[in-house]
Design a protein around this ligand. Structure first.
Ligand code: FES
Length: 69
């Protein structure tokens, strides 16, 4: 059975994390640069902890609720 919870995108910008990760890697973006360049994480901000973890671990689909530290 697939996990019930799958968070895989910035809803505000309608961008998949799987699309953002290679962009960040290619351009050497940290979280601040990713936010400045794409707007992701810069609106409601709910995706920001996921973006942070994505940059840390390379994960692009999350099965738990993450909040800001
Ligand atoms: S979901 Fe990414 S800024 Fe709102």
């Amino acid at each position: 059975m697939p996990p019930l919870l799958a968070i895989s995108r910035c809803v505000c910008q309608a961008r998949e994390f799987a699309e953002l990760l290679p962009l960040a890697r290619e351009n050497g973006w940290d979280l601040a640069a990713l936010m400045a360049e794409t707007g992701c994480g810069a609106q409601c901000g709910l995706c920001r902890p996921y973006l942070r973890r994505m940059l840390d671990t390379g994960e692009t689909v999350f099965h738990e609720i993450l909040t800001e530290p």
